[in-house]
Design a protein around this ligand. Structure first.
Ligand code: SAM
Ligand code: SF4
Length: 320
């Protein structure tokens, strides 16, 4: 297993409250002092490139609400071994940030978009601003953060009637849409929302005929296909119907400095303390990194099924 990809959560704060990710009431937000500073994040990356980390994705919570994010990207892009810096965002602040992100060295961006209907968008996200997100997507494309990918979590009875609209919208605007299977992380949401990507695929094939597979794009578990009418791919991320633990090449660093080998296991190693202590810093970080990778390798061999409650945290706290 080659672990070369690190997802870094910059904050547990968010300007949205997506119904599948962030409970509206029951949450406790971290204090600033608990968050890793930008210097600590960059030090950590410098230490782990030695073990093969080459790609970084910034996420959250909402990464664009962490003050100074452009400065952080500038700092990361100076690390020679890092070949790619990308970001996952809800898009609400993209209008303001897209061109600065590109100039600072961001290569690509994924924007979450679950509905093209204003009312439904607000119902899912708790944020009344679909048009703002759509403007952000357009500006990100113009800024050259290409290919802009759209992440859509399909929710039965809520947005599963928009699958074809989202494909059409994406293809018309040169965006790569990826349909993500909803996961009840830490018990979040309603299991009845789950729609397998097999069903999503059937809906698309009913309209455009058999999908044709295309080679891998990007670093992740998405599988891509084209319809007969467009060469712009459509992706599927099918964690539940087709678990991809064997191919998983990523570690996650939470905003409070925990290194997490698996999205759905609460096993974490605390790198914040090691980063904040001056003694044996490099050696300690190396050991913690190896411990996380070892856990990942063992878990992949022993994987026996899903227990999403074992995540121990919600998605906005883990970093998506
Ligand atoms: N706030 C940013 C955003 O929404 O793009 C980044 C963080 S968010 C946690 C990262 C990704 O996780 C988003 O694309 C979101 O749709 C996805 N996500 C969150 N909760 C999920 C769930 N329960 N099942 C599947 N995907 C989920
Ligand atoms: Fe915020 Fe992203 Fe979670 Fe939605 S999915 S609540 S935008 S962190």
């Amino acid at each position: 297993m080659k672990v070369d990809y690190l997802r870094i959560s910059l904050t547990d704060r968010c300007n949205f409250n997506c119904i599948y990710c962030r409970p509206y009431k029951r949450i406790k937000i971290l204090n600033r002092a608990d968050l890793l500073s930008f210097e600590e994040i960059v030090d950590f990356i410098r230490l782990v490139v030695k073990f093969g980390i080459r790609k970084i994705r910034l996420t959250g919570g909402e990464p664009l609400i962490r003050k100074g994010v452009i400065e952080l990207i500038n700092m990361i892009s100076k690390i020679e071994e890092i070949k790619e810096i990308s970001m996952t965002t809800n898009g609400a602040k993209l209008e303001e940030f897209a061109s600065g992100l590109k100039k600072a060295g961001l290569s690509r961006i994924n924007v979450s978009l679950d509905s093209l209907n204003e009312k439904k968008f607000t119902q899912i996200t708790g944020y009344n601003g679909l048009s703002r997100v759509l403007r952000g997507i357009r500006i990100a494309t113009e800024a050259g953060l290409n290919p802009v990918k759209i992440n859509t979590v399909v929710l039965g009875g809520i947005n599963d009637d928009e699958i074809l609209d989202l494909v059409e919208f994406s293809q018309k605007n040169y965006l790569i849409v990826r349909f993500i299977e909803y996961m009840p992380i830490n018990g979040m949401g309603n299991r009845k929302w789950y729609v397998s990507n097999e069903i999503v695929r059937n809906i698309i094939e009913k309209r455009w005929g058999k999908l044709k597979p295309v080679p891998f794009i990007g670093n992740g578990p998405a599988r891509y296909f084209v319809t007969r009418e467009s060469n712009i791919p459509v992706g599927f991320i099918s964690f539940i119907s087709h678990p991809f633990c064997k191919e998983c090449n990523r570690l996650r660093l939470t905003c409070d400095g925990k290194l997490r080998p698996c999205l759905i296991s609460d096993f974490e190693v605390d790198v914040k303390n090691a980063l904040r202590s001056k003694r044996n810093r490099e050696k300690n970080i190396g050991e913690l990194f190896r411990e996380a990778v070892d856990f990942k390798v063992k878990r992949e061999k022993k994987f026996t099924g899903f227990d999403f409650k074992r995540a121990g945290k919600f998605m906005f706290q883990i970093g998506g």
